[in-house]
Design a protein around this ligand. Sequence first.
Ligand code: G6P
Length: 362
Amino acid sequence: SVAEKAGYKHFMLKEIYEQPRTITDTITGFLSQENKELYEKIKDIQIIHIVACGTSYHAGLVGKFWIEKFAKIPVIVDYASEYRYRDLVIDDKTLVIAISQSGETADTRFAVLEAKKKGAKLLSIVNVVGSSLSRESDYVLYTYCGPEIGVAATKTFTAQLITLLLFSLKSALSKNLISEKYFEDFYHDLIKLPSIIERELKDIDKKTEDIAFKYHNAKDFLFLGRGLNYPIALEGALKLKEISYIHAEGYPAGEMKHGPIALIDENMPVVSIIPKDNLYEKMLSNIQEVKARKGKVISLITKGNKEVIEISDDFIEIEETNENLYPILTAIPLQLLAYHIATILGKDVDQPRNLAKTVTVE
Ligand code: G6P
């Protein structure tokens, strides 16, 4: 009913709009739990394996950047369905992190249980309290989102990102790689996010809908990003595929020249995630290559960036912040873009065909 959706047309839209609150709750919830044992254990962990499916896998890919950057532990990220059937090299200095909204996804559960049997420690990041994975793990970090009804994950994705970021910073603290002061400064930037997102939602919802109208007839979409925003390109493409049934691909922009650039013509919308971060200049030259081949460039930029606006057909602006936090801010416009395209096309956004919210069979 409309009441359950708090006046929103769909659960997905309601859940997108809940993000300022779910991010606040996830930060607060995270900091209210000490997890002493975990941060003691982290000191002798030599490798981390992140295992997940779907959107949770994309959160893992972002997590890898933060963990390697702050906690200085090498990370591999794998799809659970692949991880389960590989010859895993594991010992008691391996930490496996399972990421799962539901905590019930069969592929993820059985993959990490196998690793646990071989001696790895198991940490899970889950949204559902008391779920199978939370019971099967040595350590649990929760996302505090409440129930997510829309099949396409939205608020739990950004909460997973927050959790992974805080986990990497806490691990770094425990290993004495960063100072308390560094952590506090970071925290100061982090707690500004919810109000930035509130403004962002107000600013961009209509704009995103206009862009959706303009491009909803496209047969294919390309999403490009680099570094921390490369997994967001994958997630943007996944959201669009899931609910609008338009073919979309996410790609690391620097890899374009090795193949996908052949796809670009005047019919191809290319969503470029290009905030002002350490890879900005690289990303800019990648977009110029797209433009030179007449692709339609839709850019996600830091507010007022004229240099990118000039070469873009359309653009969506996000506020300037700590560059580590951009993936959270860039994920949200892509959720809205997929939502608006799907609703314009008259698709059932909350219950897309062939998909289940939680897949409890292999
Ligand atoms: C299903 C859902 C996806 C989700 C994936 C993993 O395929 O449709 O939205 O990302 O499962 O779910 P989990 O609960 O493990 O995060």
